[in-house]
Design a protein around this ligand. Sequence first.
Ligand code: GRF
Length: 201
Amino acid sequence: MTRIAVLISGGGSNMVALVRAMQSGGWAEPVLVLANDPDAGGLQKARAMGVQTAVVDHRAFKGDRGAFEKALGDTLATAKPDILCLAGFMRVLTADFVTKWEGRMLNIHPSLLPKYKGLHTHLRALEAGDLQHGCTVHEVTPELDDGPILGQAMLDVAPDDTPETLAARVLPLEHTLYPRVLERFVAGEKTLLSLRNVNVD
Ligand code: GRF
């Protein structure tokens, strides 16, 4: 069965959605949840779901990205994942690391890429006056938030939306989109999945 490692930095709500989908659907196995922060709330959630966890604290490497990524790679190797899912993982990975996993690493980004790569996506969508917003799952390539798009989920921006309310409305779309894209990706399906007006649970 395809082995999936999920990398997180914080609460891990996307990781929870991915693990739940794999455990209920049986189409892949979550073999590791890896955090770059020992205080990441998602670690406890992963353990509660019976998933192996690990921490590689980036602060221990004092800016030495190469050393941090070597430790990441060594830790991942113990779980032998076939695919990496970045899920709220807030460290930029070097081209060297990404190239090793190219074609086997996904990320979820809270905007309709190619719009708003990088941070503060909800604020930027509001400032631009966008009528639609949402999230994207894409393959990870060396350039940040730039890889082939595998899926998008869209919603209408409300006139009274703030960055906070928009983020709160996009997050459930992420939880719906990411597991469905990963299941398709595991099955070798790379055509775009486009979701609109999703009735989220
Ligand atoms: C989400 O908005 C996700 O799009 C972004 O990080 C935020 C938190 O994700 N990548 P999670 O709850 O830690 O999965």
